[in-house]
Design a protein around this ligand. Structure first.
Ligand SMILES: [Cu+2]
Length: 280
């Protein structure tokens, strides 16, 4: 069954993916059993209680307490599911990465209709943001006067991450509710304006030539269909190279003399020679 369902699931590239896929498989098995079981019971009841065979219904109904016991049984079973499985699974899902995991932090902000990605840069500190500074050229409202933001890197609809390192995405939205969906990472989380939700996963596979999608899984307006980004998982070296390049593009270059001293001397000589030639 895992193989059968696996054929219809997107590729998995997350450490927690196999566990989640296993649960998906169990739920599908359970639904199949329920579907066949209740379908068979329905057909049985249609024949068993057909009008030609049964007498007129009466208002007394069933006198045994069987239905009460059955209801209590169902309630207890559901309580066990909730307390024994659902709540522990949820607690594991929302718990932070272990202290020593050194998670890679990145901020993702949804807007109609794009995903803004914000890397803290080499200093590891996200630059300050100011709502009044939000404009078409500064989608995140980064404060240019904050030194912590000078090395920050931002991208639109492109999320690049290193492989084999736990990631924490700090997710929020600028306008309406969006839903950050990374099918290959088995991640789907609503992005809610005014809230910053931590989403945690660990990529375990580089994307190579594949184009992994970032979808918006919440109908968020007319352009919802084109709110699509791409996820690239790189080897640690490739990632470092990319982020260093992006930081270099943004940081002001070191001030350099416009003309090197040797060049200036050579130019002077040439000018003097030219003058001599002209004079002679
Ligand atoms: Cu959206």
């Amino acid at each position: 069954m895992q193989g059968l369902i696996g054929k219809y699931l997107p590729e998995n590239a997350a450490a927690h993916g196999p566990q989640l896929d296993h649960m998906t498989m169990i739920v599908h098995w359970l639904m199949l059993v329920l579907f066949v079981g209740w379908g068979a019971y329905f057909i049985y009841v249609l024949f068993r209680f057909r009008s030609g065979r049964t007498e007129q219904a009466d208002y007394q109904g069933v006198k045994s307490h069987y239905s009460t016991y059955a209801e209590v049984g169902v309630a207890v079973f559901e309580a066990v599911l909730l307390v024994g499985f659902a709540i522990p699974a949820w607690a594991a899902w929302v718990s932070p990465h272990p202290e020593d995991a050194d998670p890679f932090m990145v901020r993702v902000v949804g807007e109609q209709f794009a995903w803004n990605v914000h890397y803290p840069g080499p200093d590891g500190i996200f630059g300050a943001r100011e709502i009044d500074l939000v404009s078409s050229s500064n989608a995140l409202g980064l404060d240019p006067d904050d030194p912590a933001g000078a090395d920050d890197v931002t991208t639109i609809n492109q999320l690049r991450l290193p492989v084999d390192r736990p990631v924490t995405v700090l997710l929020s939205s600028k306008d309406v509710i969006h839903s950050f969906a990374l099918p290959v990472m088995r991640v789907k989380q609503d992005a809610v304006p005014g809230m910053e939700v931590a989403v945690r996963f660990t990529p375990v596979k580089v994307s190579g030539d594949e184009r992994w999608e970032i979808g918006c899984a919440q109908l968020c307006g007319l352009g919802h269909y084109r709110m699509r980004g791409f996820l690239t998982i790189l080897s640690p070296d490739e990632f470092q190279q990319w982020i260093d390049g992006e930081v270099a593009k943004r940081m002001p270059p070191e001030p350099e003399p416009t003309v090197a001293p040797e060049e200036a001397a050579a130019a002077d000589e040439a000018a003097a020679e030219a003058l001599e030639t002209a004079e002679s």
